[in-house]
Design a protein around this ligand. Structure first.
Ligand SMILES: O=C(O)c1ccccc1NCC(=O)[C@H](O)[C@H](O)COP(=O)(O)O
Length: 215
Protein backbone atom coordinates (compact mmCIF):
# COMPACT_ATOMS: atom_id res chain seq x y z
CA UNK A 1 0.00 0.00 0.00
CA UNK A 2 1.46 3.43 -0.93
CA UNK A 3 2.35 5.82 1.91
CA UNK A 4 -0.40 8.27 2.87
CA UNK A 5 0.05 11.77 1.49
CA UNK A 6 1.28 14.10 4.24
CA UNK A 7 -0.66 17.28 4.89
CA UNK A 8 0.49 20.67 6.16
CA UNK A 9 -2.05 23.24 7.28
CA UNK A 10 -0.42 26.66 7.11
CA UNK A 11 -1.36 29.89 8.85
CA UNK A 12 -2.89 28.57 12.07
CA UNK A 13 -3.48 31.52 14.33
CA UNK A 14 -5.68 30.31 17.20
CA UNK A 15 -5.68 27.48 19.69
CA UNK A 16 -8.92 26.20 18.18
CA UNK A 17 -7.40 26.09 14.69
CA UNK A 18 -4.40 24.15 16.00
CA UNK A 19 -6.64 21.70 17.86
CA UNK A 20 -8.83 21.21 14.78
CA UNK A 21 -5.81 20.69 12.53
CA UNK A 22 -4.32 18.09 14.87
CA UNK A 23 -7.68 16.38 15.32
CA UNK A 24 -8.19 16.14 11.56
CA UNK A 25 -4.82 14.38 11.19
CA UNK A 26 -2.36 17.06 10.06
CA UNK A 27 1.27 16.02 9.76
CA UNK A 28 2.59 19.60 9.82
CA UNK A 29 1.18 22.83 11.25
CA UNK A 30 2.46 26.20 10.05
CA UNK A 31 2.68 29.55 11.83
CA UNK A 32 3.07 32.70 9.75
CA UNK A 33 5.43 35.45 10.91
CA UNK A 34 4.64 38.18 8.40
CA UNK A 35 2.75 41.20 9.77
CA UNK A 36 0.81 42.07 6.56
CA UNK A 37 -0.79 38.61 6.60
CA UNK A 38 -4.23 38.01 8.13
CA UNK A 39 -2.60 34.85 9.55
CA UNK A 40 0.28 36.62 11.26
CA UNK A 41 1.11 35.59 14.82
CA UNK A 42 3.44 37.20 17.35
CA UNK A 43 6.25 35.24 18.95
CA UNK A 44 4.25 35.09 22.18
CA UNK A 45 1.14 33.77 20.41
CA UNK A 46 3.17 31.23 18.47
CA UNK A 47 4.95 30.00 21.61
CA UNK A 48 1.57 29.29 23.22
CA UNK A 49 0.18 27.64 20.07
CA UNK A 50 3.28 25.49 19.60
CA UNK A 51 3.13 24.25 23.18
CA UNK A 52 -0.19 22.55 22.39
CA UNK A 53 1.01 20.64 19.35
CA UNK A 54 1.58 16.95 20.13
CA UNK A 55 4.84 15.17 19.35
CA UNK A 56 4.77 13.71 15.86
CA UNK A 57 3.21 16.80 14.30
CA UNK A 58 5.91 19.02 12.78
CA UNK A 59 5.71 22.69 13.79
CA UNK A 60 6.79 24.94 10.94
CA UNK A 61 7.63 28.66 11.25
CA UNK A 62 7.11 30.62 8.04
CA UNK A 63 9.27 33.71 7.61
CA UNK A 64 9.84 36.12 4.73
CA UNK A 65 13.40 37.41 4.19
CA UNK A 66 13.98 37.39 7.95
CA UNK A 67 17.34 38.61 9.23
CA UNK A 68 19.44 36.80 11.82
CA UNK A 69 18.12 38.82 14.75
CA UNK A 70 14.50 38.00 13.88
CA UNK A 71 15.39 34.33 13.45
CA UNK A 72 17.41 34.31 16.71
CA UNK A 73 14.36 35.61 18.59
CA UNK A 74 12.03 33.16 16.89
CA UNK A 75 14.19 30.13 17.60
CA UNK A 76 14.75 31.24 21.20
CA UNK A 77 11.08 31.80 21.98
CA UNK A 78 9.09 29.29 19.94
CA UNK A 79 9.60 25.52 20.00
CA UNK A 80 9.58 24.94 16.25
CA UNK A 81 10.82 21.95 14.26
CA UNK A 82 11.29 23.47 10.81
CA UNK A 83 11.77 26.85 9.14
CA UNK A 84 9.89 27.69 5.94
CA UNK A 85 11.59 30.47 3.99
CA UNK A 86 8.98 32.18 1.85
CA UNK A 87 10.80 35.27 0.59
CA UNK A 88 13.61 35.93 -1.86
CA UNK A 89 16.23 34.06 0.15
CA UNK A 90 19.13 33.08 -2.14
CA UNK A 91 20.53 29.53 -2.14
CA UNK A 92 23.51 30.84 -0.13
CA UNK A 93 21.20 32.40 2.46
CA UNK A 94 19.21 29.16 2.75
CA UNK A 95 22.45 27.24 3.36
CA UNK A 96 23.54 29.83 5.92
CA UNK A 97 20.25 29.64 7.86
CA UNK A 98 20.34 25.86 7.83
CA UNK A 99 23.86 25.86 9.26
CA UNK A 100 23.12 28.58 11.82
CA UNK A 101 20.02 27.07 13.42
CA UNK A 102 20.50 23.33 12.95
CA UNK A 103 16.86 22.58 12.15
CA UNK A 104 15.41 21.51 8.78
CA UNK A 105 14.75 24.30 6.30
CA UNK A 106 12.05 24.26 3.63
CA UNK A 107 12.46 26.79 0.81
CA UNK A 108 9.32 27.96 -0.94
CA UNK A 109 9.68 28.45 -4.68
CA UNK A 110 6.95 30.02 -6.81
CA UNK A 111 6.14 28.50 -10.18
CA UNK A 112 4.30 30.09 -13.07
CA UNK A 113 6.08 28.53 -16.03
CA UNK A 114 8.89 26.19 -17.02
CA UNK A 115 11.59 28.83 -16.55
CA UNK A 116 10.83 28.91 -12.83
CA UNK A 117 11.89 25.28 -12.55
CA UNK A 118 15.53 26.37 -13.10
CA UNK A 119 15.23 28.62 -10.07
CA UNK A 120 13.82 25.73 -8.05
CA UNK A 121 16.74 23.47 -8.96
CA UNK A 122 19.21 25.91 -7.42
CA UNK A 123 17.78 25.06 -3.98
CA UNK A 124 17.81 21.28 -4.22
CA UNK A 125 21.20 20.85 -2.59
CA UNK A 126 20.85 23.50 0.11
CA UNK A 127 17.31 22.99 1.47
CA UNK A 128 15.94 19.99 3.34
CA UNK A 129 12.63 20.32 1.51
CA UNK A 130 11.14 22.44 -1.27
CA UNK A 131 7.65 23.93 -1.09
CA UNK A 132 6.48 24.15 -4.69
CA UNK A 133 3.95 26.99 -4.63
CA UNK A 134 2.19 29.24 -7.13
CA UNK A 135 4.14 32.37 -8.02
CA UNK A 136 2.34 35.36 -6.48
CA UNK A 137 0.93 38.04 -8.80
CA UNK A 138 3.31 41.02 -9.24
CA UNK A 139 1.15 43.35 -7.14
CA UNK A 140 0.37 40.81 -4.39
CA UNK A 141 0.69 41.90 -0.76
CA UNK A 142 1.49 38.34 0.29
CA UNK A 143 4.24 36.19 -1.27
CA UNK A 144 2.10 33.12 -0.56
CA UNK A 145 -1.24 32.13 0.85
CA UNK A 146 -3.11 33.72 -2.05
CA UNK A 147 -5.29 30.74 -2.95
CA UNK A 148 -3.87 30.61 -6.48
CA UNK A 149 -2.85 27.45 -8.33
CA UNK A 150 -0.27 26.96 -11.07
CA UNK A 151 -0.37 24.55 -13.97
CA UNK A 152 0.28 21.25 -12.20
CA UNK A 153 1.29 19.66 -15.51
CA UNK A 154 4.61 21.54 -15.13
CA UNK A 155 5.53 18.92 -12.52
CA UNK A 156 4.56 15.85 -14.47
CA UNK A 157 7.43 13.39 -14.78
CA UNK A 158 9.76 15.46 -12.53
CA UNK A 159 11.78 13.79 -9.83
CA UNK A 160 13.94 15.64 -7.35
CA UNK A 161 16.52 14.32 -4.92
CA UNK A 162 14.98 16.09 -1.93
CA UNK A 163 11.49 15.90 -0.41
CA UNK A 164 8.99 18.43 -1.70
CA UNK A 165 5.49 19.62 -0.95
CA UNK A 166 2.84 20.88 -3.37
CA UNK A 167 1.03 24.14 -2.50
CA UNK A 168 -1.03 26.86 -4.13
CA UNK A 169 -4.79 27.05 -4.39
CA UNK A 170 -5.41 23.54 -3.11
CA UNK A 171 -8.91 22.78 -1.80
CA UNK A 172 -10.85 19.71 -0.67
CA UNK A 173 -12.31 19.65 -4.20
CA UNK A 174 -9.09 19.74 -6.23
CA UNK A 175 -6.38 18.20 -4.03
CA UNK A 176 -7.01 14.66 -5.19
CA UNK A 177 -6.56 15.64 -8.84
CA UNK A 178 -3.47 17.72 -7.97
CA UNK A 179 -1.86 14.71 -6.29
CA UNK A 180 -2.76 12.46 -9.21
CA UNK A 181 -1.26 14.83 -11.77
CA UNK A 182 1.92 15.76 -9.90
CA UNK A 183 2.67 12.65 -7.85
CA UNK A 184 3.06 14.84 -4.75
CA UNK A 185 3.67 12.92 -1.54
CA UNK A 186 3.00 16.01 0.60
CA UNK A 187 0.58 18.91 0.22
CA UNK A 188 0.23 22.30 1.90
CA UNK A 189 -2.89 24.45 2.12
CA UNK A 190 -4.00 27.67 3.70
CA UNK A 191 -6.83 29.60 1.96
CA UNK A 192 -8.59 26.44 0.80
CA UNK A 193 -9.44 25.42 4.36
CA UNK A 194 -10.58 28.85 5.54
CA UNK A 195 -14.10 30.27 5.94
CA UNK A 196 -12.67 33.82 5.79
CA UNK A 197 -9.09 35.14 5.36
CA UNK A 198 -7.11 33.86 8.33
CA UNK A 199 -9.98 31.80 9.82
CA UNK A 200 -9.45 28.08 9.52
CA UNK A 201 -12.53 25.86 9.30
CA UNK A 202 -12.58 22.47 11.03
CA UNK A 203 -14.93 20.86 8.50
CA UNK A 204 -12.82 22.04 5.55
CA UNK A 205 -9.62 20.75 7.16
CA UNK A 206 -11.24 17.39 7.75
CA UNK A 207 -12.61 17.26 4.20
CA UNK A 208 -9.17 18.16 2.83
CA UNK A 209 -7.50 15.27 4.67
CA UNK A 210 -10.22 12.88 3.53
CA UNK A 211 -9.74 14.03 -0.07
CA UNK A 212 -6.01 13.29 0.04
CA UNK A 213 -6.85 9.72 0.95
CA UNK A 214 -8.84 9.24 -2.23
CA UNK A 215 -5.99 10.41 -4.48
O1 LIG B 1 -0.35 32.43 4.29
C1 LIG B 1 0.15 33.55 4.37
O2 LIG B 1 -0.47 34.52 4.82
C2 LIG B 1 1.54 33.78 3.89
C3 LIG B 1 2.13 35.01 4.08
C4 LIG B 1 3.40 35.25 3.63
C5 LIG B 1 4.10 34.26 2.98
C6 LIG B 1 3.52 33.02 2.77
C7 LIG B 1 2.24 32.77 3.23
N1 LIG B 1 1.65 31.53 3.04
C8 LIG B 1 2.38 30.49 2.44
C9 LIG B 1 1.93 29.11 2.61
O3 LIG B 1 2.63 28.25 3.11
C10 LIG B 1 0.67 28.72 1.98
O4 LIG B 1 0.19 27.61 2.62
C11 LIG B 1 0.89 28.41 0.52
O5 LIG B 1 1.37 29.56 -0.12
C12 LIG B 1 -0.42 28.01 -0.11
O6 LIG B 1 -1.38 28.97 0.16
P1 LIG B 1 -2.87 28.82 -0.41
O7 LIG B 1 -2.78 29.00 -1.88
O8 LIG B 1 -3.62 29.93 0.25
O9 LIG B 1 -3.35 27.48 0.00
Amino acid sequence: MPDAVKVKFCGLATGQAVADAVQSGADYVGFVFFPPSPRNVTLEQAAALASNVPAGVTKVALTVDADDSALDALIAQVAIDMLQLHGHESPARVAEIRALYGIPVMKAVGLADRADLDNLEAYLTVADQILVDAKPPKDAVLPGGNGLSFDWRLLQGRQWPCPWMLAGGLTPQNVSEAIRLTGAGQVDVSSGVERAPGEKDAALMSAFIQATKTA
